[in-house]
Each structure stands twice: as C-alpha cells, then as structure tokens.
Design a protein around this ligand. Sequence first.
Ligand SMILES: Nc1ncnc2c1ncn2[C@@H]1O[C@H](COP(=O)(O)OP(=O)(O)O)[C@@H](O)[C@H]1O
Ligand SMILES: [Mg+2]
Length: 983
Amino acid sequence: MNSLIRPSYAGSIAVIERSIFQPGSLIVASTPRRIWRTWHFQQSPASRGAKTVSKKKVKELQQGAIQADPLPELEDDRTSAYPQYPPLLQGVRANMAKYPNCLLMTRVGNFYEFYFEHAEECARLLNIKLASKSSPKHPSVPMAGFPFWQLDRNLKILVQDLNRYVAISEELRVTGNSPVKARAGMPQFDRKVTRVISPGTLIDEKFLDPYSNNFLLSICIEPPSDASATPQDIGLAWIDLSTGDFFTQTAPMASLGTALARVGPREIVMDEQIPESVKGELQSLVGNHQDLITYHQTASAFDSMSKWSIGTGEQISGHEEAQFSSLEKLAGHQLIDYLNTRLPGLQLQLQPPRKRNLNQYLAIDRHSLRGLEVLETSRDGLGKGSLFHAVRRTVTPGGSRLLRDRLTAPSGSIPEIDERLDLVTLFFADADLRESVIQLLRRTHDVQRLVQKFTLNKGDADDLISLARAIQETASIHGTLREAGESADDEYASLLQRLLAKFSLDGPSLLAHQIFRCIDEEGLAQLHHQEETESAEVAASAAEVVRAASPDDMSILPKNARVKARLAENRFSDPDMHDAWIMRRTASETIAKLHEDLDVLKEERSTLEQTLQQELNTNSLTLKWTPGLGYTVHVKSLAALNRGKEVVKDRFVPSTRNARSFYLTEWTGLGRKLDHARTYIRTEETRIFGELRQQVIQNIVALRRNAVVIDELDIAAAFASLASEEGWTRPILTSTTNHNIVGGRHPTVKLGLEEQGRSFVSNDLNLNEHKQLWLVTGPNMAGKSTFLRQNALITILAQAGSYVPAQYAEIGLVDQIFSRVGAADDLFRDQSTFMVEMLETATILKQATARSFVIMDEVGRGTTPQDGMAIAYGALHHLHNINKCRTLFATHFHTLADLTHDWTRLARYCTDITEGPSGSFTFQHKLRPGVNRQSHALKVARLAGIPNAALDAADSVLCRLHFEKNDRDTLTEPTSALLGAAA
Ligand SMILES: Nc1ncnc2c1ncn2[C@@H]1O[C@H](COP(=O)(O)OP(=O)(O)O)[C@@H](O)[C@H]1O
Ligand SMILES: [Mg+2]
C-alpha cells in the first residue's frame, strides 16, 4: 500500500491511501503507521527568478535536502544526554549541541520545526506562531514550525536577510547497519543534519541573485613566529558554489580591505587562532557586518592540492600547484575543509582554482570604490546612480557578474585591454551584427549555474531543456560570428577567428541533440500543470490537519491553500491524469516497450468500463481511484445499481449523496497492474535522466568554456551599445604616464542632469610628466568634485575595456587609483570624519606610485582652516615631490596656489560663477587655467534657503574678516613662514 501522509502538526497524523509510488524521488521513510509520499526530485520545472512566495509548487520542495550519499553514520548520542525528553526532542537537543552557531530546523512530516530556545527566536524572526509541544510524561517544550513549501521563503529571511546559519535536519530511513535500531512501535527513521546553510554556501536557492556572485572567502596567514607581530602577507581563496568559480590570491596585509571590497564576499572564513591584530583589522573592516565572519578550525593539515576533492575529475598537477603560494594553498585548504563540514553529504564540484596576481589588475582600494560609487552610491548604498548601474547593458546573468568583476578589477595589461576594445569596436561598427548577437544572447540561459547544479546532483528536466536551448543559441551565435568573419576586413577577420576558436561545440551540440531527443517538452508542461494541482492538494491536506489539531494555527497556512483545496478535489477521478511523461517514447527501447504495455492495460481498462456500462446499462459508470478508498467503480444512477446487483454484490463503499461506489476485483487487479506499469516507466525515465546528467558532466569543460566566451560577448556587445547610445569614444591606452582627455564627461552625473533636462559641460584634462598635478579651485557647486571623479571613472572604464565618455581619450596605463573624496563617517570604528580623512590620505601617500592616479577633494576641511591648509599643503608636497603620480587636487585653500607658485609640475585650474544684473548668477562648469579665490559660499547658502537675517550677519562678519586680514597681511605673512619651514 502506498500512501500520502497528511502533514502532521503537533504530533497528529493522518494517512491517505495512494496508489502510485513515484520513483526517482526524494524518499523519506516508511513505517507501518506512516508511509511517506515521495516527491519528484528530478522532474521539477524551473521557476526562474522566483520571488519570495508563500505558496510552493511540489517541484520546488526538494530545497535543503541534498541527496546525501553516503551519509556518515549517526552518532547515537541522544538517549543518554537528554533522558527527560521524548526521542524526537532528544535528537533535536543533540543536534543543537552539535551545531552551536546554527538555528536548527527539524523536518517532521510535512513541516519544518524549531524547538526550545530556537522556537522562541524563530517565531519572532519569521513571524510564525509560537506553540508548545507537550505530552503527559515529558516537560512542555516551545515549538514553532512552518509547512515545508515555505522553506525557501524562510531560508531567505534567516540566511540571506539576517545572515544567520541554519542547520537542516532531514528525516532519513534507518538502514540495517545504523546504530539507531527500529524497535517495535518506534519509528523506523531518524533525523540527521544534511546541510548547514550559511550566506556563503548557497547553491541553487531561488533567492540567489542571478546577477552577482555569491562568494565565500577564506583568509589565511603564515603562522607568525612572534604572536604579537602583524603578518606581512595574507592568503585568500574564494569560491562561488553556485558557479564553481574558485580563485586565490596573495596580498599584502594592508590591502585586506581592498580585497574584501573587490570580492564582496557573503561570508568570510578564518581560523579562530588567527592573531589578534588580523582579527581586529578584519572585524573593523566588516564594521556592522560582524556576522559575515565564521571561525573555523581546519580538521586536517594541508598536504597537497592534488588531494583536494574539487570534483569534475580534474586533478591539479604538481606543475600547476607550483604557481600557487603556500598561503593561497592554506586558504584554499581551509575553505574546502569548511565546505566539507557544511555540506557533509555532498561531493564538492568546483572549477580548478585560478590564481589572481595583484599586478594583473588596476587596483582600486575600498575607499575609492566607495568614493567613486563604482558599485553603489555612498549616500544610500543603492545600486542606482552607481557606475555599474549606469553602464550596465548586459543581457545575461553571467555577463552581469563579469561586468561587476571588470569594473572592480579592471585590467592592468595593455594587450588584454586592446583585445577587449577590439571586440567592442567590432560590435560598435557593425550595429546589425551587434543586434543579432544581443537577440541570441537574450535567449541563452545561465549555463554556469545550470551546469553547476548538475555537478552537484541537482538539476531537473527543465534545467536540461534550458541547457539544450542555451547550447543551440551558442551554436547560432557561433554561426552568426562566422558569417560576419567571412565579410570582415583582415583585422576583424583575425579577431573573429580567435574568438571562434574559443568555442567548443561538438560535444555540447551532441548533448543538446540527445536532450531534445529524449525529453518530451509537452509532457513536461503537462507535468507542471499536474504539480500545480498536487501542491494544492498538499496545501489542502495540511489545512485539514491543522484545522483538526489546532484551529488557531491556521494562520501558518497560505491563504490560497484553502481556496485551492477545492480545486484539488476532482483530480482523482481520472487515473490517466498521472500520465504526464517527461521522456519521449523514443528515448529508449525499454521505455517504448513499457509504454506499449501500458497502452494494452489502458485498453483493457476501457474495455472493462464499457462492458460494465453495458451490463448496468448506464453511461454514468466510471472506474476510479480515490485516496482513502482505492479502486472503486462509480455509478451515478441508483436505478442502474439496482439493475446490476449481480455485479455489485453489496460491496458498497460510503459515498456522496447522489452517487454510489463499489469494489470490483477485476478493477482492483487491473488498477494495480496499471500502477506497476507506470512505476516501471518512471523508473526508466529516472535512468535515462541519470544518463543525460552524466553526459552533461562529461561535457562540463566545453560547456564552461563556451559560457565564458558568451559572457565576454555579452560585455563587448553591451559596451558597444552603450558607446553608440551615449556617443562615447574608444580610449587609447599607452605605456606613458600621460592623461589626455578631450571633452570628458561624468558618466552618471550626466545622466542625472539629462533626466532633469539640463545639459552637461564637458571638460578637458591634460596630465603629463611636465604637468603632473592639477590644483583645482573655484566656488562651491561649480563642478570641482565632478571633474575629479569623472577622470577617475574614465580611467576605470578604459582599463575595464569599455569606450569612455569623451571626445578623445589617451590614457597612460594606471596601476592604482586612489580617491579621497567626501566625508564618510565611520562611526562603528569610532573615528571622526577627520580621522577617516587622515587615514585615507596616509594610505595614498604611502602607496601611490609614479603609475598611480590620485584624486583628492578638499583634504583638510575637517579641522581649523590653518591646520587644514597646512595638512593639505603637506599632502600636495608629498604627491608632487615623492609619489610623483598623476594627481587632481581640489581645494578651497587659495593660499595653496600662492605657496606652490614655483612648482614646475603643477598646473592651476579653476571653475567660476558669472554674475548677472540684480544679484543673479550662474555656475560656469567649464574649467579655465587660473586660480579662483572666491568661494561664493554665501550665494550657495542663499540658494539653499538660509534665512536672510542669518545671511546678513554672515555677510557683515565676512567683510570685517577681509578687512582685518588685509590689514594683517601688510604687516606679516605668518602662514607662509610656517609652511616654508615645513617644506
Ligand atoms: N560639468 C558640469 N556640467 C553641468 N553641471 C555640472 C557639471 N559639473 C557639476 N555640475 C553640477 O553641479 C553640481 C555640483 O558639482 P560639484 O562637482 O559637487 O561641485 P563642487 O565640488 O565644485 O562644489 C553637480 O551635482 C552637478 O549637478
Ligand atoms: Mg566638491
């Protein structure tokens, strides 16, 4: 007998008979009292980009339960430790002790439940009802739970939004050799934590952001000889489980913050024993996000990278291993060890690690990333208004992830940048080619994440179809590019040749062919429709049980569960309803044969039905299957029943008012045969599915390679679209230390102004070894900061391989960009605005090289004017004489212009205000050579609406100060004397 268990809540159980045991499913457990319905595991469709929903389809229910083969044996540590509780709670207590930092979710029937203090906490966090579990012999214990289809939603809240760790304890069948023996009357299943979900270990959760990577980062240091010493270097390793991306890097300790900003990890793993100095530094870097850090003690010592079980059969050779530093290896080892403890039943599947060298990239430190608003704006931390947001035209998730990477780590190699720019130019010049490639790109799927799912033993028939479609589109893109290559001139023809050579299509095309040959898309669609109904059914039975057990708890059920319940009622009337097959009959010889058998049985069924209809002389007779009743013959007409007493033989079953059902041996036997035939087909489908999955894995290297090319094409086409929409130009990268930008614009401010119907005034910049530093003065609000940032952003865009907002741009390759802009208070670190400013300035002066590009905006404004000016002078002096880097320096300290009048490599530029009649004025956003000594601050204050009385007072004091200063200046020159000494 196969059954559908109604959800048990607060310990109550109800069983519904069910005729079909679906194969290829997530099997739970089977007992005389409880026989669990199984859920399709591999046949679920994808509901891409699904938002948080409270209703779940059956297909989505496998969440959290990863196929765990083989699971480590259970430690039977429960009975002894917590004798006061019933067995279930003893297990819960033991698991809570084993996973101390996690919230423990325990699967009980169709619910996930929290107990003890976790119940109290989660009831609050998830806004679910707090109940209590009590039995006569045991103390009452707080509990809170939710139906299993809400798992995704609740994981999103706990893990994604609140950064909590959740241990999921699933129900598992007790095997013969398990130490937990099934005793008479005891359940034959046990619960075990199969996975710990933390922000960095998400795999294919629906709430994963498709447009950004989900990195887990590990940090390691060389064990220091002296515990108090600060280590010089750190080893980093980071992994995105959802794509299998795996990177390593060695970086100076001082650039830890920059590394963090660039990688943007969702979780950071490090050893608890790490020296206090590093721990403190990291803690202050993550600021309010302390919960990002996980301390993990690696169980085994590092041996060799070839021992890393990173899957896909690729071993790391000794030769490859040599390129990684020992710190990187340690970090990688720690990361893999951590993942193994988090996903105990899972065989890790990662791409081979890739080493990132610091000098391969234009380094943008974390303050600059924030100050330049590369990824998010500093005002509200939102994406809109950021560079990333303004330039993003990519159409695939993978392209978008790569764009983030390109902008935070632009290239440091001219040939690489030129190669990227060539591709952009190709798409820029050929709009038709660009449009057709973009159209095809829109239809590809996220192959990186799809493939990764299959390697992790997840993925379903819909994923296979998506993959096959993506392969087809990849082939079409290849074809389109090949055609373009035939008519292109020599330069582009060879570029296209190189690009085409990166594709590897043979294996994947065969795979796509196989997938389409086997999978029946119509059947799949039908199956989804059916699953909709099934989920309604589950919701309905949950509603019933909850209503019966504790009517107060109805609030935990989705509202539409009750409505849907009615819809589900009719589904059992037709047994053929279950015949939604995901594989075509032609998929294998076996399946063809099995379908023939089923057809014969169906024929018998309809013959039986017809015969009975004739005997009873009624058309209203049907052969049915219903939960609870099993196989019945259903007749609407009472008169017909009376006519067929011979057939019916009083084996009536209770039924509805105006109809009658009875049992018939022939139908029961035939019904069982039909069930078996269906079961065989499902089993064969599962086998074929497994074969296809295997073929995906065999093609993994080719699939990933193609995905990389697709991402590159997406970015190139996106940059080209952007350039043609906005009238951008191709930058020329040189090995000089010059910047020559004509008609430069700010990529985001320009957009903002245009939205308001205003136009942007472009500005030139010319830096070279003769004029290395520009000192920019001018009134408030006239565009100094904008000018500084726009040049930094143009540099970043150019080295990322994009066109730039300018008429002409010649850029000498930059190694690091620094920007000291705006006032960012860091209250968590208990540092005043001024302290933050000084720290950032110190970093710049210590780290900028002759290849760097520095922008400094109003340094020294956070203290008294004299001190501030002195510090600004000191910084300027250092940049000019020691760092000798390209620098833009905006200031209100006009005296600086006087103090630097004989510096040869410094140029002075300013912005202006033009005053009209009757006090009106306009900002001149155009830079001109010279110094502007007027801040016009009072004008801006008036514009901002400062009351007239306050303005009058300000005006009078300003006049007096001017007067006094002029007086004094004729007597002495104190400031320059002071600074002369300092210089
Ligand atoms: N080149 C420009 N063309 C047009 N408007 C500009 C330009 N530069 C700046 N602005 C406008 O002026 C505002 C203030 O610019 P900002 O650079 O902050 O000035 P400052 O730093 O000199 O006080 C900007 O928000 C923008 O609206
Ligand atoms: Mg400014």
